[in-house]
Design a protein around this ligand. Structure first.
Ligand SMILES: [Zn+2]
Length: 368
């Protein structure tokens, strides 16, 4: 199984003149992408339909290669907008702040001379005779992948005025066939509680409190946030290192639809660290699992905190703060453990209790 990992490296060592030139290229590129979006919006275009003839733009100095890159991006953007919004889709607009080029335009060469940067990003065939050599400083993530024998660098570069994103393809091997299947509930008191009762990241609550205490947008808050994300990355790795065969988590995408009753998880997490950080945490977990050949599964979380994993009885009153006590059968456990087990049940499909079935299409039985 192959996974792609990318890492952002700074272009901040460029001279002012180079940065201005790069800005000009990006802005002209964005303008031309928008010309193509206008041209292609009427019907669904395929990239293979692009020819020398239909990528001509009269008033641009971009080379044919660059126009081709722009035309492909225009097709991708139009498709993404349609997939997202269907018939209501509006013509997307490229902001002219980034572009993605391959080896026909960009090449990365190790730097021989200076110690202050690591490589040159060489850009050519842009048009108007522009050739840009931008000094690149590798991020430590870059070095980690560069030293990984399973990783191969891809010749594609996402370029902004400040940074270039480099990508690696990592051959991680076949998914595990041994090891337990685990459900994982994300929470505030412990970032992760597993269906086998183990808890991880119990120190995160303190870090979240620091983020909240710091003035919004301040330096101090940024630092605290950084520390929090570092810790989340460590916890994600710890969990993947347990080497389960499968890890089941809640599907965030489903949080917004048809589940007014069980927002406990998302609400707590959102309040403490924000929806973005929560998404980031699950993303880190997924990537850590991929690198460790752990199958990562997302299931709809509806009612996972109210449903009794033993008998399926679902009621808000089953839960009292940190404790879960089933009003149907009397089963009691830590609330996070019960929720993690529900997620696992959900995946295994071994739900023998129709009353406890959940998800869109199953009206909630007797909740509130
Ligand atoms: Zn029960």
């Amino acid at each position: 199984m192959k996974v792609v990992r990318s890492t952002k490296c700074s272009l901040g060592f460029s001279t002012r003149a180079k940065r201005l030139e790069l800005r000009e290229v990006l802005s002209e590129y964005g303008r031309v992408v928008n010309v193509f979006i206008g041209r292609f919006w009427g019907r669904r275009w395929q990239k293979r339909e692009l020819t020398k003839g239909n990528i001509v733009v009269e008033d641009t100095w971009l080379s044919a290669r660059m126009r081709k890159v722009a035309a492909r991006e225009a097709i991708d953007m139009a498709r993404a907008a349609r997939e997202r919004d269907g018939r209501l889709a509006r013509k997307p607009v490229h902001k002219g702040t980034r572009m993605c080029v391959s080896s026909t335009i960009g090449t990365l060469r190790p730097s021989k001379e200076a110690a202050s940067f690591d490589a040159w990003l060489h850009l050519a065939s842009i048009g108007r005779g522009i050739r840009l050599d931008l000094p690149v400083r590798y991020h430590r993530h870059y070095l980690r992948y560069a030293q990984d024998p399973r990783a191969r660098r891809k010749e594609s570069y996402i370029i902004t005025e400040e940074s270039v994103q480099l990508a690696f393809e990592v051959e991680v091997g076949e998914p595990r066939t041994e090891g337990p299947e685990l459900g994982l509930d994300s929470g505030v008191h412990a970032l992760a509680t597993l269906s086998d009762c183990r808890r991880f990241g119990t120190d995160l609550e303190g870090l979240m409190a620091i983020v909240r205490r710091r003035r919004h947008g301040s330096r101090g808050q940024q630092r605290a946030r950084h520390a929090l994300h570092q810790r989340m990355a460590e916890v994600a790795k710890e969990i993947a290192a347990l080497e389960p065969r499968t890890l089941v988590v809640e599907d965030l995408k489903r949080l917004h639809h048809g589940m007014r009753r069980d927002r406990r998880l998302s609400r707590n997490m959102r309040r403490s660290l924000g929806a973005w950080a929560y998404r980031d945490w699950l993303g880190r977990l997924e990537r850590a699992c991929e690198m460790n050949r752990v199958r990562f599964v997302r299931v709809p979380p509806a009612y996972s905190s109210q449903r009794c994993h033993v008998c399926g009885h679902t009621e808000r009153g089953n839960r009292k703060g940190e404790m879960f006590r089933c009003r149907g059968c009397g089963y009691s456990d830590q609330a996070d453990v019960n929720a993690a087990r529900n997620l696992l049940d959900r995946f295994e499909g071994g739900d023998a209790h129709p009353a406890g079935a959940y998800g869109p299409g199953f009206p909630s039985p007797g909740v509130e």
